[in-house]
Ligand binder design. Structure first.
Ligand SMILES: Cc1cc2nc3c(=O)[nH]c(=O)nc-3n(C[C@H](O)[C@H](O)[C@H](O)COP(=O)(O)O)c2cc1C
Length: 212
């Protein structure tokens, strides 16, 4: 079967968690954002925002917020059932968070709060229950934008990793970063890869795709 350039990008992209110290050119990062911007979004609302965190002071505040959260959770799990297992989980999430501070490029990725989809309009008018479960379309927009960003990076030879684990620890990251009117959904770390992660097995298509 023919492997197309898109197949190659999809097959070869891995989450990269270790980066060379050299910073990729701004122009490449811009290209990745432009690719993210091509993603479809509900009513073309384009709610996704990429906030690049350059300030060492802000990074430091995030890191401190993360360590505080980690300490808080480690304290809290002592009194929970199966504390050992939960402690291991907290430590694993911490390990899968901290590397973002060593990345040459770090983004907080979030959504603006301004877009009101119909579910939100209806619930604000009292015509629908709050937080209607099946209409969180904005999160889909984030995923689609990120995929464009990741694939463009792969094409340029840059590695990235999406991170939501830090959000378990950091209370009010929007406040720490001074981002008003935005909800942070994840962080994204990017740089020249300094590792070649092994192939990660995917499920069989029969588990993913069926006809009814
Ligand atoms: C929404 C989302 C959140 C993720 N959060 C983290 C994270 O916090 N830390 C991390 O190291 N990887 C994180 N990842 C990366 C996944 O672990 C990774 O995509 C998965 O194991 C498949 O590996 P691959 O990306 O190399 O194909 C996240 C991925 C997604 C899509």
């Amino acid at each position: 079967m023919d492997i197309t350039p898109l197949d190659k990008l999809l097959n070869e992209r891995r989450s990269i968690r270790k980066y060379k110290s050299e910073c990729p050119p701004d122009e490449w990062i811009r290209k990745m954002i432009l690719a993210a911007m091509k993603a479809p979004s509900p009513s073309n609302s384009q709610p996704v925002r990429f906030i690049r965190i350059l300030s060492p002071e802000l990074k430091d505040r995030l890191l401190r917020g993360m360590r505080e959260g980690e300490g808080r959770l480690l304290e809290a799990v002592k009194n929970a059932s199966s504390p050992k297992r939960l402690k291991n989980w907290v430590n694993t999430y911490s390990r899968f968070s901290e590397f973002m501070f060593d990345a040459p490029v770090l983004f907080a990725v979030g959504t603006t709060m301004t877009f009101l989809n119909l579910a939100k309009r209806l619930s604000q008018a009292g015509a629908m229950e709050q937080g209607h479960k099946r209409h969180r379309d904005i999160d889909i927009a984030v995923g689609l934008a990120l995929h464009g960003y990741l694939l463009k990076g792969e094409e340029l030879g840059l590695g990235s990793c999406i991170l939501t684990a830090p959000l378990i620890f950091i209370r009010e990251p929007e406040g720490i970063l001074g981002l008003k009117g935005m909800e942070i959904k994840c962080f994204v770390a990017t740089g020249y890869p300094d590792e070649e992660p092994a192939y990660i097995k995917r499920k069989d298509i029969s588990e993913i795709y069926r006809k009814i």
